[in-house]
Design a protein around this ligand. Structure first.
Ligand SMILES: *[C@@H]1O[C@H](CO)[C@@H](O)[C@H](O)[C@H]1NC(C)=O
Ligand SMILES: *[C@@H]1O[C@H](CO)[C@@H](O)[C@H](O)[C@H]1NC(C)=O
Ligand SMILES: *[C@@H]1O[C@H](CO)[C@@H](O)[C@H](O)[C@H]1NC(C)=O
Ligand SMILES: *[C@@H]1O[C@H](CO)[C@@H](O)[C@H](O)[C@H]1NC(C)=O
Ligand SMILES: *[C@@H]1O[C@H](CO)[C@@H](O)[C@H](O)[C@H]1NC(C)=O
Ligand SMILES: *[C@@H]1O[C@H](CO)[C@@H](O)[C@H](O)[C@H]1NC(C)=O
Ligand SMILES: *[C@@H]1O[C@H](CO)[C@@H](O)[C@H](O)[C@H]1NC(C)=O
Ligand SMILES: *[C@@H]1O[C@H](CO)[C@@H](O)[C@H](O)[C@H]1NC(C)=O
Length: 806
């Protein structure tokens, strides 16, 4: 009896002794922690179990680890398994521990909180072991396997590992991110399938590959020799079908093998030489499907590549490319999809004609066969291209034969395809206009030109021959130069002066229409404006402007200028209906604007709402873009200010008095007008002996934009203590520099709630009032920035400008 009781412990210890020869045992209560670099190796040291970094963070507070098994004798240390719960990778912060208890494997955080367990109930583990096959097992007293990593695979199968129905492989997210990814291998109805997942949910889309075992597959086997096949219920074996799944010589003595469902969705068998002196690295042996780029074809999901990118097989791997004008969303992840380098926008703010914003780039060698929103037929290639250009929804058009497919974002399932005469791709891209041609965003700081300017004044002083107080000198010099600013003259091309549809009115008609110039509705820079009615009783109201101060020698140019004004047609310009040119009388007849001037509205009793103001700014900018960039010959307005913007019954702003500057520019009497009209709006170059360009309008627009934003005049008398607010341009710059833009629109809740636009527009305004004309953006550029198509760089600092000369 005594001998028998003694025998039992001996047998048990003998059994343990034998076991430890076959595998490296890990006893109960053994732990690994993220702090020490400890691992549990297999007896031959081919495989190791332990912590691996999940991210590359160096800060211990954010650094994460995962519990993994990897090939330990190769330089890559390739991970073949990682701990997951419900298909979600278990990540552990610094200070976490893995422990073997009688209940199984547990991963606990630094405070002892459970992160992952091997999830066993009602069993008693007596030992764990890392086997030489790469399988980590938990055994009971009788050396029966209670749990094995082989039965809980992640994305990889190893030789001697098999997958039973119910088992799955889920790809990782990217090459370097071990989180669960977008593809899955699984059993269904006795076959083995590959499907895309509706990431991050577990929903499977249609399969893109089937290992067809006629519904009889019972296991997916990776046998010891390195072969992979499905075993059927009646014992036959079925090889994966595919032209790239070639039978090869297998030699597990020479090579390591692994089969991984890659993050790109391809199920690949790799080999790696065991001999450490050979060239290291995993090589592709065979894979299914043949061409994943073409196999994934489903209305949902992006395909193997991410959205807006297209896929092609290169060197046995899918690779993803961005269409022209697009770039990778995440430059480090080729499979993460592409985004256009621009915003494709529809909506009220965007009224620039599409031809100006976009162009269609032609390509031939790819397709996005799904995701059409229109299919038009018959339709020529040219029409197809044009249709997409015009349609703000359209991102890309494909023309094939006489059919036109219009595509919208996001573009999925993109793939390369052979070039054919039947297939043309048109990609909508932004017209590229640099903010400043030839300059990058690193703009030079503006020199302290205020100082320079003053120096120049003093140099000029002796020329004028009076040594007087600085302020008087300043005014004199200003006057001197105001008398002869140079406006770029544009050669007159038309020989016949009036080839427009302008009416020529007799003086008598207009006298009658205005009830003998009775009802004065305004006094502009160029004369008095009267209300009129062309036909008695009609509702066709007109504004009749009598030009005074027109120099005699300008008579001939009057008609030439009129013809250029008459040719303009834009909804943000006041339309010239006709004119009268009889003897000394020069009269212009305009459409009548019922809501008065912008100045009336903006500085009147009730401030217009933010939305309305936004509409004003956009409309005026559009009108100016037209004058500067879209007319046959650019028209410089020279006197942009709220008094010259009229508002129609639908609150559309319309620029008036354009085209007149040239007529009156050298008129002596203009100087006084100019000084009055320019106060606060005039660009500094007017006071210098330099050419005046369209940039003077940009300057004035900038001042006016600030007025529109802040609903106040550019120059105000302020009470003491608030003097810094007197000059709006100065004050806005100060507020911007100090990051206090909100004080500019105090109490304007709507403006404050549109803060991104508010901030952007203040920046745009500051760019516009830059002292140096060449630093100011063009109106076209201003328009794009207002519409949000182009980023607005921060204006240079320190900032110096001469807002006005008073
Ligand atoms: C991996 O992807 C997941 C899901 O997008 C993300 O939360 C995680 O931060 C990524 N990890 C790394 C290391 O990039
Ligand atoms: C971490 O850095 C290494 C080396 O730069 C890189 O190979 C690896 O992909 C990075 N891992 C992650 C998750 O970003
Ligand atoms: C491979 O698996 C079989 C049974 O599944 C087992 O008998 C054999 O010992 C394993 N081979 C190795 C090298 O462990
Ligand atoms: C593995 O499978 C191949 C054929 O599929 C067979 O020739 C080989 O004998 C198998 N090896 C083992 C160890 O079963
Ligand atoms: C085994 O099953 C497969 C698929 O169902 C079938 O094609 C094959 O003929 C069967 N073989 C035998 C010996 O029954
Ligand atoms: C498999 O064989 C085909 C045809 O012989 C060949 O084109 C292909 O490159 C091979 N695939 C691999 C992965 O070696
Ligand atoms: C490893 O490869 C080298 C050269 O390729 C060879 O000389 C050596 O014998 C190989 N070692 C083994 C263990 O096969
Ligand atoms: C799009 O942006 C990428 C990255 O900024 C750039 O490399 C590429 O040249 C751009 N393409 C076009 C057409 O602007």
């Amino acid at each position: 009896m005594a001998s028998f009781t003694l025998l039992i412990p001996t047998l048990i210890s003998l059994q343990f002794y034998l076991l430890s020869l076959a595998f490296a045992n890990v006893n109960i209560d053994s732990t690994l922690s993220t702090a020490d670099n400890g691992v549990w190796r297999s007896p031959s040291a081919h495989f190791a179990f332990g912590f691996r970094p999940f991210n590359n963070d160096t800060d211990p507070k954010t650094k994460l680890f995962m519990v993994a098994i990897w090939y330990d004798m190769i330089p890559d240390k390739t991970v073949v398994w990682s701990a997951k719960t419900d298909n979600k990778l278990a990540t552990a912060p610094t200070g976490s521990q893995v422990r073997i208890t009688s209940a199984g494997l547990t991963l606990a955080g630094p405070k002892g909180d459970s992160i992952w367990t091997s999830n066993l109930e009602g069993i008693i583990v007596s030992v764990g072991s890392m086997l030489d096959t790469g399988n980590f097992v938990l055994l009971n007293q009788n050396s029966e396997k209670l749990w094995q990593s082989f039965e809980n695979p992640t994305d990889t199968l190893l030789p001697n590992q098999s997958l039973q129905p119910g088992g799955t492989l889920t790809s990782r997210l990217t090459d370097t991110n071990y989180s669960s990814g977008r593809f899955q291998l699984y059993f269904e109805d006795g076959n083995v399938l590959l499907s895309t997942l509706a990431w991050p949910s577990p929903l499977k889309y249609n399969s893109y590959y089937v290992l067809d075992a006629s519904g009889a597959a019972s296991t997916l086997v990776f046998n010891e020799s390195g072969d992979i096949y499905a075993k059927t219920t009646n014992g036959t074996t079925i090889q994966p079908q595919g032209s790239q799944w070639n039978s090869t010589d297998l030699d597990p003595e020479v090579n390591y093998y692994r089969a991984t469902l890659d993050f790109s969705g391809v199920f690949t068998q790799y080999y790696h030489p065991r001999n450490s002196t050979a060239q290291p690295g995993w090589k592709i042996m065979r894979y299914v499907p043949d061409n994943i780029c073409n196999e994934i074809f489903y209305q949902y999901g992006s395909g193997s590549c991410g959205y807006n990118s297209y896929c092609s097989m290169e060197k046995n791997r899918p690779t993803c490319k961005c269409p022209y004008g697009y770039s990778l969303l995440d430059p480090s992840n080729q499979f993460g999809g592409c985004q256009p380098n621009f915003t494709l926008a529809c909506g009220a703010d965007v009224q620039t004609p599409p031809e100006e914003l976009y162009e269609m780039h032609a390509a031939r060698d790819f397709n996005f066969p799904l995701g059409d929103y229109e299919r038009i037929q018959p339709y020529s290639r040219q029409d197809c291209r044009q249709f997409c250009l015009q349609d703000c929804m359209c991102a890309m058009a494909i023309s094939g034969g006489d059919t036109c497919w219009l595509k919208r974002f996001p573009l999925g399932n993109g793939r390369q395809q052979p070039i054919s005469d039947q297939h043309f791709v048109y990609i909508k891209t932004r017209v590229i206009r640099n903010f400043y041609p030839g300059a990058n965003m690193e703009l030079p700081l503006s020199p302290d030109s205020k100082k320079e300017y003053k120096a120049k004044l003093f140099l000029l002083g002796p020329l004028i021959g009076s040594l007087v107080l600085n302020s008087i000198l300043l005014a004199t010099v200003a006057l001197f130069f105001l008398m002869k600013p140079k406006v770029k003259r544009v050669p007159i091309t038309s020989s016949s002066p009036l080839e427009t549809n302008l009416h020529s009115f007799t003086y008598e008609t207009l006298e009658k229409a205005t009830w003998n110039f009775k009802e004065e509705i305004g006094r502009g820079s160029y004369g008095i404006v009267y209300k009129g009615q062309l036909e008695a009783g009609s509702c066709h109201l007109v504004a009749v402007k009598r030009l005074d101060r027109l120099a005699q020698e300008r008579e001939k140019e009057f008609r030439t200028e009129l013809s250029s004004i008459g040719r303009t047609c834009h909804k943000n310009l006041v339309r010239l209906i006709g004119f009268c040119d009889e003897g000394m009388n020069r009269i212009l007849v305009y459409e009548f604007m019922s809501n008065g001037t912008l100045a009336d509205i903006l500085f009147g009793q009730s401030n217009p709402k933010w939305n309305v103001r936004v509409g004003f700014a956009l409309g005026i900018a559009r009108g100016l873009v037209y004058l500067h960039e879209e007319c046959d010959t650019p028209i410089i307005h020279c006197d942009i200010k709220p008094q010259n913007i009229l508002i129609d019954e639908y609150l559309n702003p319309k620029i008036s008095d354009f085209g007149l500057a040239k007529l009156l520019l050298s008129d002596q009497s203009r100087t006084t007008t100019m000084i009055r009209g320019t106060r606060g709006y005039v660009a500094p170059e007017w006071f210098k002996n330099v050419a005046v360009t369209v940039k003077v309008d940009v300057y004035s627009f900038g001042v006016m934009l600030l007025e529109i934003i802040c609903s106040r005049r550019s120059v105000l008398m302020m009470e003491s203590g608030e003097e810094e607010k007197a000059l709006l341009t100065d004050w806005a710059c100060d507020c911007f520099m100090e990051g206090k833009i909100d004080v500019l629109v105090e109490n304007d809740e709507e403006a404050l709630s549109d803060y991104v636009r508010l901030q952007k527009w203040v920046k745009i305004a500051i760019w516009c009032i830059h002292e140096q004309p060449e630093m100011r953006p063009t109106m076209g550029m201003v328009m794009q920035m207002l519409e949000g198509f182009v980023e607005v760089p921060n204006p240079p600092s320190p900032f110096s400008y001469v807002p006005c000369l008073n």
